[in-house]
Design a protein around this ligand. Structure first.
Ligand code: DX5
Ligand code: ZN
Length: 213
């Protein structure tokens, strides 16, 4: 299992120290939650903050857009050269076109599905994406409770990927901890995002290791 700590749960008062620490403690990439106060009822980081994070980070960035105007934000963050940009299918009229645009910018494109969005909704997008991110909480906040129906959804998505010969990775985001990570692994998940579980622990290294099942 690959682990992407979400910096949403970091201590923003000492963000540079937090980024350095988490990179040293076994993070595979850094998950960055961009919220616009419209698609979700919360606001997080803009390009100035993420630019500083990108400078300090020794790990690739995984940008998760939770916004209304995806194309505007893709253009805003593309110059920071993140490894992935993912956007919510529920908020995009032209997902196929936007995936292609992200790929043309040299970034790996990914789609995010809310807890109630079926995995089959990505079926005709598989040729154009590198990752599907399944939300296991309703987007907007860290520290929420894991929604277990994501396990069945991940299995159905994994079957679909195998049937269609897709190499896309499956990432799960929300309420992940050492109690549910093995079930996620068994359901076919490749990457977990973890915010409060990792940053809320006193030993980041141990917390990340406990997720690498
Ligand atoms: C929620 C965000 C998550 C969040 C996860 O909208 O997308 O990435 O930071 O935090 P935890 O692991 O605390 O649920
Ligand atoms: Zn996220």
């Amino acid at each position: 299992m690959l682990v992407a700590p979400s910096i949403l749960s970091a201590d923003f008062g000492k963000l540079n120290v937090e980024i350095k620490d988490i990179c040293k403690c076994g993070a595979d990439k850094l998950h960055i939650d961009v919220m616009d106060g419209h698609f979700v009822p919360n606001l997080t980081f803009g390009p100035a903050v993420i630019k500083s994070v990108a400078k300090i980070s020794t790990k690739p960035l995984d940008i998760h857009l939770m916004v209304q105007n995806n194309t505007f934000f893709v253009d805003l963050f593309a110059p920071l050269k993140p490894k992935y940009i993912s956007f919510h299918i529920e908020e995009e009229k032209h997902p196929h076109r936007l995936l292609q645009k992200i790929r043309d910018l040299g970034i790996k494109p990914a789609i995010v599905l809310n807890p109630s969005t079926p995995p089959e909704s990505v079926e005709f997008l598989l040729d154009n994406l590198d990752m599907v991110l399944l939300m296991s909480v309703n987007p907007g906040f860290g520290g929420q409770k894991f929604i277990p129906s994501v396990l069945e959804k991940a299995k159905r998505l994994k079957d679909l990927l195998l049937r269609k010969n897709s190499k896309a990775l499956i990432e799960v985001d929300g309420g992940v901890n050492d109690k549910n990570v093995l079930d996620l692994k068994n359901a076919g998940v490749d990457i977990v995002v973890a915010g409060s579980y990792v940053f809320g622990s006193s030993d980041y290294k141990k917390a990340i290791e406990s997720l690498k099942v």
